[in-house]
Each structure stands twice: as structure tokens, then as C-alpha cells.
Write a protein that binds this ligand. Structure first.
Ligand SMILES: Cc1cc2nc3c(=O)[nH]c(=O)nc-3n(C[C@H](O)[C@H](O)[C@H](O)COP(=O)(O)O)c2cc1C
Length: 330
């Protein structure tokens, strides 16, 4: 069985605080950044957009764009900041994204994407990877998908992350595009058969380690999105069941280890809720889960949350006697 598991890029979710938090639970998963637009890296505050804590590694930077020159510049910046991989977003279907010509609409332009990938690879030694869908609108036959991947492969890209559903461009909201088009895992399995030497990672709707194990028999890796965000302790199951790592911290340990980071970050101007909002699902399925959510919502996930509250957080956890066992969290 293959053993590669990653946490998907998710806007407004997989920021540096979320990644630091997830890394406390899992040492072995690869973490992706939110998508950062190449134009923003060109014009904006690179440090603010790209800097991360060394403990988050291994970490991949996802970028969006369709200008070979800007994407190359963003790739180089990602390498300089210490990322381990640069990933090009070819799967995001939002209208805003389409207007600016990046994301899933680029599936219509394989040659332009190939130019982008060639330019990106020419400026870095890091692996340049792509994340895409299996099709778009009415273009949903396997042959077209195969042709698209083949064109990208010709540039030297070796890793292909496939969200196993098509995108409906223009008509669906991003949320509908994550749920309505049916998942077609067979497309991804077939791709692996046709490209046995490339790394094929499957994504979409995977929520348990049993499902992961099943996919890992057929493809090289799995990528988990919403399940990792909403039930982060799933990563403990992944450590134990996929990586045979029995040395996983309890949920309480995770919070205890997060606290020094929270204190440091607050000194630098981070607001409490920017970090703690990511921990809402930590006790999912456990006794006291609703208490935890309420406690965070009332005390820490409000804009002007008082940092002194953090001093009492471990007392709250102990007092409420949360279940400490490591269990299937999904
Ligand atoms: C809130 C949210 C934000 C997302 N942002 C991105 C993004 O920035 N880049 C990207 O490639 N995919 C993005 N996605 C899609 C996920 O990476 C993933 O492909 C999708 O959620 C399917 O996986 P899942 O069923 O395991 O959640 C986002 C998904 C969600 C729910």
C-alpha cells in the first residue's frame, strides 16, 4: 500500500495557523497552503503572503494564475521562502477566478498551462505539481482528460492531484461545485493505469482511513479537504492507521502544545480568534464537544477576544473531562 496523505489547499481554512495546529496532530501528512494568486505575490507583501513557521514543514505552496512570467516569479518566491513543493491550481471553479483566468477554466487551454508549467519548472529545483478536476461543463469524457494530463506531463510535471469530479463553470457556486457533480474515482484509477510512472493523487469525498487505505491500493496518494478541516483529529487516525505511528498526542496535548504558539503569535499582533477558530472541530464526536464549541465561540472566536482567557483554557478542558482516547474521528 502507498502511504502518501496530504491536506488539501482550502481558502480561508489552511492558513499558517491551521497548518501549525494540524502539524501538532500529524507529523507525516503533507500540508498545502491556501491558493495565493501570482499577481498578489508580484505586487503585494511577500512576507505576509508566504512566510510560515518552520514546524509546518513539509508544506506545499499552491499558486493561481495563467501568466507564465508571474507564475515563474511566484514559484521562485515560494522556493526562497522554503516551501517543499509548488502546486498550480487548475481546479478552482469560482466566477471571480474564471474572470481572472485561473483555476478550472484553464482546463480549456492545455497549451497555455503547459507554457506556465515549463516556465515554473525552469526557475526551481522544487517539484512543480498540479491540482485539477476530471473535466468541465459538457467536456467530461475520459479521452479529453487523458489528453489534458498528457499535455502537462510533456513539460516534465510528475505529480497530478485529481479532484474526482468535474467543474461546472459560471453556473454553480463554489459550494455547489464541491458537492453536486458526482465523484468518479474510476477516472483517477484509469489515469494511474495509463500513467504508471507518474504520481497520481486522488481527492474528493474521502473521510475515513478505511476509504484512504482502499484508494492507496490503487493510486499513489490521497488528499483530504473538508474532513481534515472539520474533524482535525482525523489526522491522528491517519497517523495510527496509515503511518503505523502509535505516538499520537491526545486532543488535550494538542491544545497544551498550541498554547505557547498562541502566546507568541499574540505578541506579534495575531488575534486570538485567528488561531482558535481552526480548533472548533477538535473534540468532534467526544463528550464535551458542544461545550468546546460554545466556549470557543463565546470567548475566543470573537474579534476582541481577551488573551487572558487562554490562561484558563486547560482548566476548562480538564474540568469538562473530555474523553482522551484516540478514536475514529470522522
Ligand atoms: C473552503 C474551501 C476552500 C477551498 N479552496 C481551495 C483552494 O484554494 N485551492 C484548491 O485547489 N482547492 C480548494 N478547495 C477544494 C479542496 O482543495 C478539495 O479539492 C475539495 O474540498 C474536495 O476535497 P474534500 O471532499 O476532501 O473536501 C477548497 C475547498 C473548500 C471546502
Amino acid at each position: 500500500m502507498n502511504r502518501k496523505v496530504s491536506v488539501a489547499p482550502m481558502m480561508d481554512c489552511t492558513d499558517r495557523h491551521e497548518r501549525f495546529f494540524l502539524r501538532l496532530i500529524s507529523k507525516n501528512t503533507l500540508l498545502y497552503s491556501e491558493m495565493v494568486v501570482s499577481e498578489a505575490i508580484h505586487r503585494g507583501d511577500k512576507k505576509k503572503l508566504l512566510q510560515f513557521n518552520i514546524n509546518e514543514k513539509p508544506i506545499a505552496l499552491q499558486i493561481g494564475g495563467s501568466s507564465p512570467a508571474l507564475l515563474a516569479e511566484a514559484t521562485k518566491a515560494g522556493e526562497d521562502f522554503g516551501y517543499d513543493e509548488i502546486n498550480l491550481n487548475l481546479g478552482c471553479p469560482s466566477k471571480k477566478v474564471e474572470k481572472n483566468k485561473f483555476g478550472a477554466c484553464l482546463m480549456k487551454e492545455p497549451n497555455l498551462v503547459a507554457d506556465c508549467l515549463s516556465k515554473m519548472q525552469s526557475v526551481t529545483k522544487l517539484p512543480v505539481t498540479i491540482k485539477t478536476r476530471i473535466g468541465y461543463d459538457d467536456t467530461e469524457d475520459y479521452e479529453n482528460f487523458h489528453h489534458f494530463i498528457s499535455t502537462l506531463k510533456s513539460t516534465g510535471v510528475k505529480t497530478f492531484i485529481i479532484h474526482a469530479r468535474k467543474a461546472i463553470l459560471g453556473k454553480f457556486t463554489p459550494k455547489q461545485n464541491l458537492n453536486i457533480p458526482p465523484l468518479k474515482y474510476n477516472f483517477v484509477y484509469r489515469l494511474k493505469k495509463d500513467f504508471p510512472n507518474e504520481e497520481i493523487i486522488i481527492n474528493g469525498g474521502i473521510t475515513t482511513t478505511d476509504q484512504m487505505k482502499d484508494h492507496l491500493e490503487k493510486v499513489d496518494g490521497v488528499m483530504i479537504g473538508r474532513a481534515a478541516y472539520h474533524t482535525p483529529y482525523l489526522l491522528a487516525d491517519i497517523e495510527r492507521d496509515i503511518f503505523n505511528n502509535e505516538n499520537v498526542p491526545s486532543r488535550q496535548d494538542v491544545i497544551e502544545q498550541l498554547l505557547p504558539y498562541v502566546r507568541e503569535e499574540i505578541k506579534k499582533g495575531t488575534r486570538l480568534n485567528q488561531i482558535m477558530r481552526h480548533t472548533l472541530g477538535l473534540f468532534h464526536g467526544q463528550t464535551g464537544s458542544s461545550f468546546w464549541k460554545r466556549y470557543l465561540s463565546e470567548n475566543m472566536c470573537v474579534r476582541d477576544a481577551d488573551v487572558k482567557k487562554i490562561d484558563h483554557i486547560m482548566d476548562k478542558i480538564k474540568y469538562n473531562n473530555f474523553d482522551t482516547s484516540v478514536s475514529q474521528s470522522a
